[in-house]
Each structure stands twice: as structure tokens, then as C-alpha cells.
Design a binder for this molecule. Structure first.
Ligand SMILES: [Zn+2]
Ligand SMILES: [Zn+2]
Length: 166
């Protein structure tokens, strides 16, 4: 089974994204599918899109996402559908040498989700998730360990008056 969602797809460095359909596989072991409510636009997205930072293409960028978990894969422990969450684009594995020595920010596997395609375009072309997150989309697949739960009652969508300044 796949879940088809709309996403902003970048096909080459320096090119504008286009809205296209992306087929998400069912969440695999240790993965979850998140329905996005909002995503920030970061300067790193610009750097990934124009080649300043390495990014395999085609890709769905966006790594500052918030939304609701809607499906979980096998072994996605501690995460349930309906959980509202912020997505951590560099989730520590909690078991490598750095993680076990109190330095999770140096985790060897934190960016693992960005290394392989996470979904496919409608013609079957594999597509990569920018920084392992792919938040410029209606939904995405991320590691369960990327889920940062939001407290009950919090709203995942900020007021429009906040604007974006970063
Ligand atoms: Zn960022
Ligand atoms: Zn680690």
C-alpha cells in the first residue's frame, strides 16, 4: 500500500519546486507517517535547493515540521496515531558511542533518514527527504525517534500574525 500526497518537489539545484504527487510507502520498521499541519522555511532549505549544501535530487525539502502521527510501522515504540508532534530532523539513535557517552548531538546516525529515498514520484522515480524530514508536503514518513510530542491541548498551527523571520 502507498499513500499519495501532494508535495513541493525539487528536481535540480537552483530550480524552483513544483507541486507534484508523491507516493509514500507504508511506514517501515521504526517509522511513522505524519500528516503535516505547518512547516517553517529555513535558510538551510535554500542552501539545499541551490547546491550550497549537498542534496540528492529529486527531493522534498522542509525540516521544520509539525503535525499529527497517523500511522506507525512495526516497532515504532512509544508513538501512537493521533499524537501531535514536532519533527526532529536530527534524532539521536541513543545507542551509538556518542549517544551512550552523553553527546547525542554528535550521533553518527542522526541524519540517516536523509541518505536513502523515502518515497517515489508518480512515475516511480525515487525521491529523497531533505534532512530526512520532507515537511513541504501533506504528509511524510520519518523515524519514530524523530517524534517530539506536543503537550495535550497545544495547537500545531501558529497564529498567522507570527510571520516568519529567520
Ligand atoms: Zn532549519
Ligand atoms: Zn547515536
Amino acid at each position: 500500500m502507498t499513500t499519495t500526497v501532494k508535495a513541493a518537489v525539487f528536481t535540480g539545484s537552483g530550480e524552483a519546486p513544483r507541486i507534484d504527487e508523491v507516493a509514500l510507502p507504508d511506514p517501515g520498521p521504526g517509522q511513522v507517517r505524519v500528516r503535516l499541519a505547518a512547516a517553517g522555511v529555513c535558510h538551510s532549505d535554500l542552501s539545499l535547493s541551490d547546491g550550497t549544501l549537498p542534496q540528492p535530487m529529486p527531493a522534498v525539502l522542509g525540516h521544520e515540521g509539525v503535525g499529527t502521527v497517523e500511522a506507525t510501522g512495526p516497532g515504532a515504540e512509544g508513538v501512537e496515531p493521533g499524537q501531535r508532534a514536532i519533527l526532529n530532523w536530527a534524532p539521536p539513535c541513543r545507542s551509538c558511542w556518542f549517544c551512550e557517552h552523553g553527546e547525542p548531538y554528535l550521533c553518527e546516525y542522526a541524519t540517516e533518514a536523509a541518505r536513502n529515498p523515502y518515497a517515489a514520484l508518480s512515475d516511480g522515480t525515487p525521491v529523497y527527504a531533505g534532512l530526512g524530514t520532507a515537511a513541504f508536503a501533506e504528509a511524510t514518513i520519518v523515524p519514530a525517534k524523530a517524534i517530539v510530542p506536543l503537550p495535550e491541548g497545544s495547537t500545531p498551527v501558529p497564529p498567522r500574525s507570527w510571520g516568519a523571520r529567520c
